[in-house]
Design a protein around this ligand. Structure first.
Ligand code: HEM
Ligand SMILES: *[C@@H]1O[C@H](CO)[C@@H](O)[C@H](O)[C@H]1NC(C)=O
Ligand SMILES: *[C@@H]1O[C@H](CO)[C@@H](O)[C@H](O)[C@H]1NC(C)=O
Ligand SMILES: *[C@@H]1O[C@H](CO)[C@@H](O)[C@H](O)[C@H]1NC(C)=O
Length: 439
């Protein structure tokens, strides 16, 4: 009975439907994705050959009228969380102002405001809905009465969605650029100003986004090192760690950069970085105002036709992975600082992938797509007993994954061996998402 109703509810919302927006067209997005597949790095292209042209009219992102900046009213129940891109989108009405949206809201809003491609926005949105939300949508902050399951009673599932802020190890990860490690700060969603200062200092102005990204590698390594040397609970998981945490370093230069005739591929200024991260004041004396992430006025997003796709993002992940291979390895500290231990990829994947494999061919995508299904959805309430429920709840994601895997020629992953994580307290004390470690 339960399963039947659940299947009906899930059927009502297939993954393909989610990304089928008339405005841009899934087919178009797919073509862009295809054209980028296999390209190792955007840096490999000739800088002289401009990939895109600038068109002010279509790239302007409105910050007036319906899109004027309105900060959250926390007392009235608005929520904000670890993602500055979504926080700013909510403050400007590109996604619902209360911070709780449907899949369609997120896919459309991130495309409209930033030029995030439908494949990437769609995947991230489905992932959030399945693991941290109610299948139809999710909260960009913590749990809220606005994201109670419309389907809850119908489905007979009792777990409460915890939102992005409660998704530590599932979606939200340690070693983020500006957000602190959960164990160290008891908070994983607010800016730690010294970290922001470091990011600000590391950003080189007046060069194109590709060059800016390449120069962020030292900052990325320093953040990784900081977690190793200060956080005994540091855990770097296959999905939230290896695949999501790099987004914090690439997304700003790829999707918060302003575009112009001079920099058709974008160039992010320090001032724009401050605005998107809710920072005011002077360097050395920054002030952070929670929830005030803001899209700058007179700001131009990525060119239409040059949206930031899954292959584009993976090229950026590989770029840093090649320069510093530990970034692609799962591992963590074992309860003391400086005890970082790698998980053997072969053992974790039951022999399907071996160390070093992820740098080759489609392997990173093959691995990432398949390990993305390893977490437990909040709405199951921590009960993994009913495999039927789990399969059904994962369906929107497994359908999306199955569709993307077609044609990639991936070795098939038959689950992962989570016992490999037993030595990591950062995982053991928060195996399925959490918003805090017990003291
Ligand atoms: C549906 C779309 C999106 C989802 C579900 C999402 C979700 C998340 C999550 C869960 C995190 C925390 C990751 C971590 O702890 O390392 C995060 C961080 C981040 N996101 Fe998003 N995001 C989305 C779109 C965007 C967009 C469009 C941008 C940029 C315009 C963006 C920029 C960032 C940045 C810069 C961080 C790192 C924050 C920091 O620690 O400094 N995101 N996002
Ligand atoms: C997408 O968002 C824009 C602006 O936020 C809105 O005007 C448009 O109606 C939305 N489209 C869909 C299909 O939701
Ligand atoms: C890592 O951090 C330690 C302690 O802060 C420092 O001594 C070391 O130089 C750092 N290493 C790198 C590669 O940044
Ligand atoms: C973005 O670039 C345009 C030129 O295309 C410029 O007029 C505008 O001031 C810049 N916006 C910001 C926020 O820096």
């Amino acid at each position: 009975m339960k399963a039947t109703l659940l299947s009906l509810a899930v059927l009502a919302m297939t993954a393909t439907e989610v990304v089928a927006f008339p405005a841009i067209g899934a087919e178009h997005a797919q073509k862009i994705a295809e054209s980028q597949r296999g390209k190792r790095s955007t840096l490999a292209r000739s800088p002289r050959k401009k990939r895109v042209t600038f068109d002010a009219a279509s790239q302007y992102t409105s910050t007036t009228g319906a899109h004027a900046f309105v900060p959250p009213n926390f007392a009235a129940g608005d929520v904000r969380g670890p993602c500055p891109g979504l926080n700013a989108a909510a403050n400007h009405g590109y996604i619902p102002h209360n911070g709780v949206g449907t899949l369609g809201n997120f896919v459309n809003g991130t495309n409209e405001a930033y030029g995030m491609a439908l494949d990437l926005g769609g995947f991230l949105a489905v992932y959030g809905s399945v693991f941290d939300g109610n299948l139809l949508g999710y909260s960009i902050g913590g749990p809220t009465s606005n994201s109670q399951l419309p389907l809850n009673n119908l489905l007979g599932l009792t777990g409460a969605p915890q939102g992005l802020s409660g998704s530590h190890n599932k979606y939200e990860a340690d070693t983020s650029p500006t957000r602190g490690d959960l164990y160290l700060y008891g908070n994983n969603y607010e800016v730690q100003v010294p970290q922001f200062q470091h990011y600000y200092d590391a950003l080189i102005e007046g060069v194109d986004a590709d060059t800016q990204y390449a120069n962020l590698i030292d900052y990325r390594i320093a953040r990784f090192n900081d977690s190793i040397t200060r956080n005994p609970y540091f855990f770097y998981s296959p999905f939230a760690g290896v695949l999501v945490s790099p987004a914090g370093f690439s997304f700003p230069v790829r999707m918060m950069a302003n575009h112009s005739e001079t920099f058709p591929e974008g160039s992010l200024s320090k001032e724009q970085l401050m605005s998107f991260f809710a920072i005011t004041g002077k360097s050395g004396n920054f002030k952070y105002t929670v929830g005030h992430e803001r899209i700058p006025d007179n700001w131009y997003k990525r060119a239409i036709g040059d949206e930031y796709t899954i292959p584009g993002f993976l090229a950026d992940v590989l770029d840093f992975g090649e320069k510093y291979p530990p970034l692609l390895d799962v591992g963590g500290n074992t309860g003391k600082v400086d005890s970082f231990t790698f998980v053997d990829l072969g053992s974790l994947t039951k022999g399907v992938f071996a160390a070093g494999d992820l740098l080759h061919g489609n392997n990173l995508e093959c691995y990432g797509l398949q390990v993305s299904q390893a977490a437990l959805p909040d709405i199951l309430g921590g009960a993994e007993t009913d495999i039927g429920d789990l399969t059904q709840v994962l369906k929107p994601l497994s359908d999306t994954v199955a569709e993307r895997l077609l044609g990639l020629g991936c070795p098939k992953l038959d689950g992962i061996d989570k016992s490999q994580y037993n030595i990591f307290p950062g995982y053991n004390n928060c195996p399925n998402g959490c918003s805090g470690y017990k003291a």
